[in-house]
Design a protein around this ligand. Structure first.
Ligand SMILES: *Cc1c(COP(=O)(O)O)cnc(C)c1O
Length: 234
């Protein structure tokens, strides 16, 4: 299969999953997760219509972006864990950071974005399965509230919503309760109508479970392998 063929097939499956639950596929972004894949593969996905890309390492993307050339309208989102000391570099290279998991990191990103005169989009990462090995905040963590309540003074951040990676299951259907739980956390947060907090975005669903995520309200599915093929690392 080619990248273009894979993208077309996935778009079709997103369309069908959305239709099953009465949603419009227009409300769902297909992010191409291009980590570990070369600039050439990114350009192929771009030619196939992908406009939002996810990378998980600042340094890897710094090197890759040099070989990418200009891709009009392409948006770059950091989806991997970010250390505070790399916040400035991330703010410079990316349009969005989907893995914000502390107030300290949010503040660093805000300062860096201010220095660059840009507005950085962010998602807050939630550890929806409560797994020790995974990044993200527990939905009941005081830190989550701290970030949300700081929003009015984080002028250079646009808090768009939540991101999560549920536990892995052979049967993607088993991930459904976790997607549902994340959506509930998002909905509850949105109902608070906090100043400076948007909460329309729900980034969930990967290669093996994106259809379930779409059925449960995902607005952005992050798909790597099913577009680009198996990864050797990362
Ligand atoms: C790698 C990665 C993905 C994509 O995973 P696939 O199984 O290749 O689709 C999605 N989200 C995050 C945060 C990732 O690190």
């Amino acid at each position: 299969m080619t990248i273009a063929g894979n993208v077309a097939g996935i778009q079709e499956r997103i369309f069908s999953a959305a239709r099953r639950v009465g949603r419009s596929a227009d409300d769902i972004v297909l992010m191409g997760v291009s980590k570990t894949f070369p600039a050439e593969a990114v350009r192929e996905a771009y030619a196939a219509g992908i406009r939002v890309f996810g990378e998980n390492r600042v340094q890897e993307f710094a090197e890759k972006s040099a070989g990418l050339g200009h891709l009009p309208d392409a948006a770059w989102r950091l989806i991997g864990h970010l250390q505070s000391n790399k916040a400035a570099k991330a703010a410079e290279l990316f349009d969005a950071v989907d893995s914000v998991d502390s107030l300290r990191l949010a503040e660093r990103l805000n300062t860096a974005a201010a220095a660059l005169g840009k507005k950085l989009r962010v998602l807050i990462e939630i550890n929806i399965g409560g797994e020790n090995a995974k990044a993200g905040l527990d939905p009941s963590a005081p830190e989550l509230d701290k970030i949300l309540l700081a929003a009015p003074r984080l002028h250079h951040l646009e808090i768009q919503g939540l991101m999560a990676i549920p536990p892995f299951f052979e049967n993607p259907e088993d991930a459904r309760p976790y997607f549902r739980k994340l959506r509930k956390v998002r909905d509850a947060t949105r109902r608070r109508q906090l100043s400076g907090v948007d909460m329309s975005a729900l980034s969930m669903g990967m290669s093996h479970d994106f259809e379930i995520a779409v059925e449960e309200g995902s607005t952005c599915v992050r798909v790597g392998k099913a577009i680009f093929g198996e990864r050797e690392k990362g």
